[in-house]
Design a protein around this ligand. Sequence first.
Ligand code: ATP
Length: 251
Amino acid sequence: MSENAFELRGLVKRFGEKVAVNGVDLAVPTGSFFGLLGPNGAGKTTSLSMAVGLLRPDAGTAYVLGHDVWRDPVGAKQLLGVLPDAVRMFDRLTGLELLTYTGMLRGMPAEQIATRAGELLDVLGLADAGSTLVVDYSAGMKKKIGLACALLHGPRLLVLDEPFEAVDPVSAATIRDILHRFVGSGGTVIFSSHVMEVVERLCSHVAILADGVIKVVGTLDEVRGDRPLEEIFVEQAGGRTSLGEELAWLK
Ligand SMILES: Nc1ncnc2c1ncn2[C@@H]1O[C@H](COP(=O)(O)OP(=O)(O)OP(=O)(O)O)[C@@H](O)[C@H]1O
């Protein structure tokens, strides 16, 4: 097995004049719980979208357990579970229908789809919402059904864009348990987040992305040293903009 579950080499993406991602290199060791941090607009979603085959890069390559995502998409995607950011789902389906459809697209046997879909809906607290249209789900429920879709086929690498955003604390604890079990069984997780506590609590490795480049990367202990992770983040992300006279009227 490849030493790195996930490898990005020289990823670049421009939108017109804007260079959103400016040569991202990242190696995610197999079995790691990897947090990708960065301020708003840093290029996290753009990098992860290119890395999982959802957005074509202008340059660079992405490998999932040795499979080139763009040259061998079938090989890569069999091993990959993805929770995209703005979850683009077929939301006129119920939760159960969406899982069933996802399983069929994956070529899974009907019986296996039914068993796993039922278990996922149960564990994620969506059993009662199994017959509700996804379009009528709350933001947190959409996140959870997106995660269920990512897990259904039993991937070996999970790439999750802000999986804890909008999720209540009980569900967040369940998701943490699921991800811990996944990593414990040899899987690899990479997720983006703005929440330092979540990253410090969960991650073995961390990278900070700002202005479309990786500023710092390593094990959690290597990156934070003896300082709070938030301090490193603020430093790498360009520091705080302090208020002068601006918004003085906001009294
Ligand atoms: N489709 C697009 N068209 C034009 N510009 C885009 C597009 N997608 C992203 N961008 C720009 O690329 C930059 C990086 O955006 P991206 O969504 O990757 O950031 P992010 O780190 O995920 O931010 P956030 O934490 O706010 O979700 C931003 O300046 C954004 O405006």
